[in-house]
Design a protein around this ligand. Structure first.
Ligand code: ASP
Length: 323
């Protein structure tokens, strides 16, 4: 008996943490800061499920919605740093919110550790089919004439769809009423029903509905047309240069998560994005897939900081802040 215990201890020592306790040895929760069915949720499900296969564990999605992702990121920052709770976010939740919300109860850069950069997608200017405009110029004229009647959906101040709105207002000189949702998944359903008339929405959310003829797309907020929808002109081609925004995604862990766990999660994300089936799914939704080098935790951390330096003055100049 004693010998068996001794043998067990010896094996544990030889195998190190891989013996019995190997990470991960239980399901991993991914906190998603927006409603189910929207683009961030979709990204978490597509990439997360594949990461789970790689890690040999189930990935559980937990949608923690509200206040443009700040509630979710606060919860993530206060979670145990053991690799069993991670979060997905994007340019809005993990960069722009830091400039907009003055009283966050967490530090976006110091309380969350980057795991991996994930794909990025442009925004589409989309309206309900009831809006009588054939192209972007007509749409802008329509908005100018009907500013008080038109409502647009966003996922809250600082969300990707709101960043799109800021760029769109700036680039077209228009404005309309904004209706906040817990995510653009529910918002696009209201767009289809003409409860709201316009969105500047991530392609992954709206493109399937554009293809189905349920809403109309006028332009993509990128320098180049998107390979998934080459028929949609760029904002510049449609007459309004300078409206260029892409919403990149990423994975973060609470500060203090051991580096070997961060590396393990990063390797699973890199493997997921190498899978041709996953790549095809994402590319069909208009997503650009980062290289494994861009995905590395340190490269991603530097990118997040550079993005913060880029966006902070833009947000401050736009005067968007929430005390
Ligand atoms: N990406 C968000 C969502 O999943 C919406 C947004 O950022 O606009 O709903």
């Amino acid at each position: 008996m004693l010998r068996r215990v001794a043998l067990g201890l010896l094996m544990a020592a030889v195998a190190g943490p891989a013996f019995g306790q190997a990470y991960p040895n239980k399901p991993i929760t991914i906190i998603v800061p927006f409603a189910a069915g929207g683009p961030t949720d979709l990204m978490a499900r597509i990439v997360g499920e594949r990461m789970g296969k790689e890690l040999g564990q189930q990935m559980i999605i937990e949608n923690v919605t509200g206040a443009a992702g700040t509630i979710a990121m606060g919860k993530l920052a206060r979670s145990a740093p053991d690799g069993y709770t991670i979060g997905i976010g994007h340019l809005g939740t993990n960069v722009v919110n830091g400039a907009i919300y003055k009283n966050l109860n967490y530090d976006l850069i110091n309380d969350l550790t980057p795991i991996a950069l994930l794909p990025s997608n442009p925004l589409l200017v989309v309206t309900s089919n009831q809006v009588p405009a054939k192209d972007l110029k007509e749409l802008v004229a329509y908005l100018k004439a009907n500013a008080d009647k038109v409502s647009g959906g966003t996922a809250g101040m600082g969300s990707g769809s709101h960043i799109g709105v800021l760029a769109f207002f700036d680039g077209t000189g228009t404005g309309y009423q904004l209706v906040p949702y817990r995510g653009t998944g529910p918002a696009v359903q209201d767009l289809i029903a003409n409860q709201i008339q316009i969105m500047i929405d991530q392609s992954s959310n709206s493109l399937p509905h554009v293809r189905a003829g349920k809403i109309r797309a006028y332009a993509v907020t990128a320098k180049q047309r998107n390979a998934a929808a080459p028929e949609i002109p760029t904002t510049a081609e449609a007459g309004f240069p300078g409206i260029e925004v892409a919403i990149w995604h990423g994975l973060w862990a609470p500060k203090g998560t051991p580096r070997d766990i961060i590396n393990r999660l990063n390797a699973a994300a890199v493997a997921a994005l190498k899978d041709p089936e996953i790549r095809k799914k994402l590319e069909d939704l208009g997503q650009d897939i980062p290289t494994p080098e861009q995905m590395q935790p340190d490269t991603f951390a530097a990118y997040q900081k550079a993005e913060f330096a880029k966006w902070k003055p833009i947000i401050d100049k736009a005067g968007v802040k929430i005390e």
